[in-house]
Design a protein around this ligand. Structure first.
Ligand code: FDA
Length: 305
């Protein structure tokens, strides 16, 4: 119930104004966000890579209907990739893009053009792009843009959300050679007409999608902090003769860092999703919604503890 309220708040401009104005919010946000500037993001990336992890970097921001803002977001990614280029991290540092932030609501062609510019900049780094998945109304458009991008940039990946009924079929379609699919549970508030509502159903659907991806020919990116799903991934890797390197784990910046390090220490590729920028509100609220303990942390920080 609290999670649903927080997800509703993540889309309310009134709540956004109130939360963004709170005095100690920055301290709490820093737990989940790597900083506001490119320099702060680069420093976080270097630290994670030095620790044996890989990263996917998200320039925070979503849902714009302003063509100038969409172009500015694309430019921010290109600047970030230029700044990272001398570090020569190659595929160890890719970027994650929300198409709604680069103009998806103004038309697929604008989002495609901007996404293509970002893919070009990533390719110059020897790296690639993964498309985040947003609410269910955007899935067809996102998969269409993915198909177009993959014609020129075949390593472009996409996130698929197990809570959507359609995702098992999408996983079957995407489990082909060269296809990079990041499997997540899903972080938006979705109606019962399109998505599983209970955690148990979402988890079961995750396992079905995971099985399809692990049995297929693509490259599964198992994005979860859930120990049971990680254990099931290992069983499926055994069953389908996938060795370490034929799939990877992904987790969010600041969440279960001990587990990230343990998996990397065991030889797995672990990619940390590193968000940076000043438009942290929607991302931050989704992280609070996932876990009541995070709300307690937030309230304690507000109380100055
Ligand atoms: P679950 O929420 O069941 O958590 C399992 C355990 O992990 C918890 O018991 C707790 O220990 C820990 N945990 C989970 N969330 C936590 C938090 N916020 N704070 C502290 N501990 C936490 N979603 C989406 O809709 N579109 C997308 O494109 C993406 N992209 C994406 C990329 C990557 C790399 C990750 C890891 C996740 C996403 N997500 C996403 C978010 C995803 O849908 C989901 O909301 C979160 O990963 C939480 O789900 P878990 O699978 O971790 O399970």
């Amino acid at each position: 119930m609290l999670g649903q309220l927080l997800l509703a708040g993540s889309r309310s401009s009134l709540v956004r104004r109130s939360v963004s104005g709170l005095p100690l919010t920055r301290k709490v946000v820093d737990r989940f966000v790597a900083g506001e500037s490119v320099a702060e993001a680069s420093a976080a990336v270097q630290r994670l890579v030095d620790g044996g992890l890989t990263v996917t970097i998200d320039h925070l921001g979503e849902e714009t209907r302003d063509a100038g803002a969409a172009a500015a977001t694309a430019k921010a990614y290109i600047t970030l990739l230029e700044e990272l280029r001398p570090l020569a991290l190659g595929a160890r540092a890719e970027v994650s893009v929300k198409l709604s932030a680069v103009g998806q609501e103004l038309g697929d062609s604008m989002a495609l053009d901007h996404a293509r510019e970002i893919c070009e900049a990533a390719a110059l780094n020897g790296s690639m792009v993964t498309l985040d998945m947003e609410d269910h109304t955007t899935v067809d458009s996102t998969l269409g843009i993915l198909r177009s991008l993959r014609e020129d940039f075949p390593s472009t990946g996409v996130a698929i959300q197990s809570y959507l009924f359609r995702s098992e079929a999408d996983c079957r379609d995407l489990a082909t050679a060269g296809s990079r699919v990041r499997l997540v549970k899903g972080a938006y508030r979705e109606p019962a007409s399109v998505a599983h509502q209970s955690k148990a159903e979402v988890d079961k659907a995750y396992v079905r999608c995971l099985r399809t991806l692990m049995a297929g020919k693509g490259y599964p990116m198992v994005a979860t902090h859930d120990d049971r799903l990680i254990a099931i991934t290992e069983l499926l890797a055994d069953r389908f003769s996938r060795s370490v390197g034929d799939y990877e784990y992904q987790m969010l910046y600041g969440i279960r860092t001990d587990k990230q390090e343990a998996l990397a220490g065991a030889g797995h590729t672990v990619r940390v999703y590193v968000p940076y920028g000043d438009d942290w509100y929607g991302y931050f609220m989704r992280r609070l919604a996932e876990r009541p303990a995070n709300v307690a942390f937030f309230l304690r920080a507000l109380g100055g503890k």
